[in-house]
Design a protein around this ligand. Structure first.
Ligand code: SF4
Length: 261
């Protein structure tokens, strides 16, 4: 297990994120995320199958907003992340210390990069209290909180990715979009095992089960490729799976990152 020498809060400290980050038990407001329920209403409603006109007015929006407020208060967000040097890759996988990314598609991103040197691995969690509140509530409340948990983990991960990309850019480095075990062609259980061998998830109160599931349930793991230059930020632009629901269209055209000057 690797130590993270300068454990720090990536959202407030000034030290370099390249060394790794660790933050614990932070509230939504501490991360600079929206703290008011209405800012999550449309996204959560959509996740649980409502259409816009279902929640435009009336009690339904108020009920959802109250449940969302409770969920936002229960979130106690922690995260850990650190880069590991890439040892090598072939058409099927990328090897970096104890981390094995068994994904031909992401191996292609590395293969097309200019001086790919590390994989930045991370775990983020909303904490056990969020799960507890979700499980203690009734069926509908639990369903809404599940939608909120998914939305919030995405926003936390987006925020971390943005912060990391910005910091790496100041050092002249590029980083790919984040990707997670269980998505694209990276097998869930092996990917999770690999990431948890590298990062001490117990330091943020997170357990990875042999199936790849995580406790607390509302957690996210993943990785990003760090290189001098990246010709593609994710495999989607060159992936033949046209009907993939996870396709990231916004990377079309970003064949050079950073752009040539
Ligand atoms: S289109 Fe889907 S399967 Fe293909 S690289 Fe993108 S996320 Fe992966």
């Amino acid at each position: 297990m690797n130590d993270i020498p300068p454990a720090f809060d990536m959202f407030h400290d000034t030290c370099k994120i390249e060394d790794g980050f660790l933050f614990k038990d932070m509230a939504v407001c501490d991360l600079g995320l929206e703290t008011s329920a209405p800012a999550y209403l449309d996204a959560v409603a959509s996740r649980i199958g409502y259409r816009a006109y279902d929640i435009e007015k009336g009690d339904r929006a108020g009920t959802l907003a109250n449940i969302i407020s409770r969920g936002l208060e229960a979130a106690s967000i922690s995260g850990i992340g650190k880069p590991v040097r890439i040892d090598g890759w072939d058409k099927r996988c990328v090897r970096a210390g104890p981390v094995l990314v068994e994904s031909p598609r992401w191996a292609l991103v590395v293969d097309r990069a200019v001086f790919p040197h590390s994989i930045y691995c991370f775990f983020l969690t909303l904490g056990r209290e969020f799960d507890r509140v979700k499980e203690a509530d009734g069926l509908f409340e639990s369903y809404v909180l599940d939608g909120l948990g998914s939305e919030l983990t995405e926003r936390v991960a987006d925020s971390m990715e943005k912060k990391l990309r910005g910091q790496l850019a100041t050092s002249g480095l590029a980083c790919s979009r984040r990707f997670s075990p269980g998505y694209c062609d990276w097998p869930l259980a092996n990917g999770q095992k690999s990431l948890s061998k590298f990062l001490d998830t117990s330091s943020i109160g997170l357990t990875v089960l042999s199936s790849g599931a995580m406790v607390p349930a509302k957690s996210v793991s993943g990785a990003m490729i760090v290189a001098d230059r990246l010709r593609i930020l994710c495999p989607c632009p060159v992936c033949p799976k046209k009907d993939c629901p996870y396709r990231r269209e916004d990377v079309w055209g970003e064949y050079e990152y950073p752009p040539r000057t």
